[in-house]
Design a protein around this ligand. Structure first.
Ligand SMILES: [Fe+2]
Length: 192
């Protein structure tokens, strides 16, 4: 059957992101377990709880459309999750491993931000106001998660750079002190 309207595309992409989120629910516990930093671990655990809600929101959208809740394989997320799994198995340790986990997780968040931004826009155009509001809520949570990962990376990456060097811990504080205020300024700007 030929599909040639935006509503069909919208539904296809909802099914794609539904599968993507479901894959993430399975992947996040392993990411949390692999993290060394307590903050990073709890960040992954918090995002797991959020991701479960993201799944429920998509189910709610399907229900309101009177459609069966059904996902279609999201190969993009499959690739990103596989890269995350590869990072978990890599021989890195401590902060360097954490830096790698953050890198993998931010790729996932950026992918989701793109998907939800598009879906929210489609929902608005199609006059699906309630769905648009749900998708916008998830979009904001993905952006906040990305921002939290950036903040964690600011300290973890610098400590990772210090690993294996004698002066590592001294360098850390100086550089973090320089970066953080600047970044916080940017974060505040993004909220508007
Ligand atoms: Fe999500």
């Amino acid at each position: 059957m030929e599909q040639n309207d935006l509503r069909e595309l919208y539904i296809d992409e909802l099914r794609d992101v539904y599968d993507a989120e479901s894959q993430l629910v399975k992947a996040l516990p392993d990411m949390a377990e692999a993290a060394t930093s307590e903050q990073l671990r709890s960040g992954f655990e918090q995002h797991l709880e959020q991701t479960r809600v993201h799944v429920q929101r998509i189910e709610q959208i399907f229900n309101e459309l009177g459609m069966k809740v059904k996902g279609t394989k999201c190969k993009g997320m499959q690739g990103l999750v596989n890269e995350g799994k590869k990072m978990i198995k890599e021989d890195f340790e401590g902060e360097v491993k954490d830096a790698g986990l953050i890198s993998a997780a931010q790729r996932v968040e950026h992918y989701e931000i793109a998907a939800y931004g598009t879906l929210r826009t489609y929902a608005n155009i199609l006059g699906e106001q309630e769905a648009a509001a749900l998708l916008e809520e998830t979009l904001q949570e993905e952006k906040q998660t990305d921002q939290k990962l950036t903040e964690l990376a600011e300290s973890i990456n610098v400590r990772a750079a210090g690993e294996g060097t004698a002066a590592g811990s001294e360098t850390d504080e100086d550089v973090v002190g320089e970066i953080s205020p600047n970044r916080r300024g940017k974060a505040a700007g993004m909220d508007h």
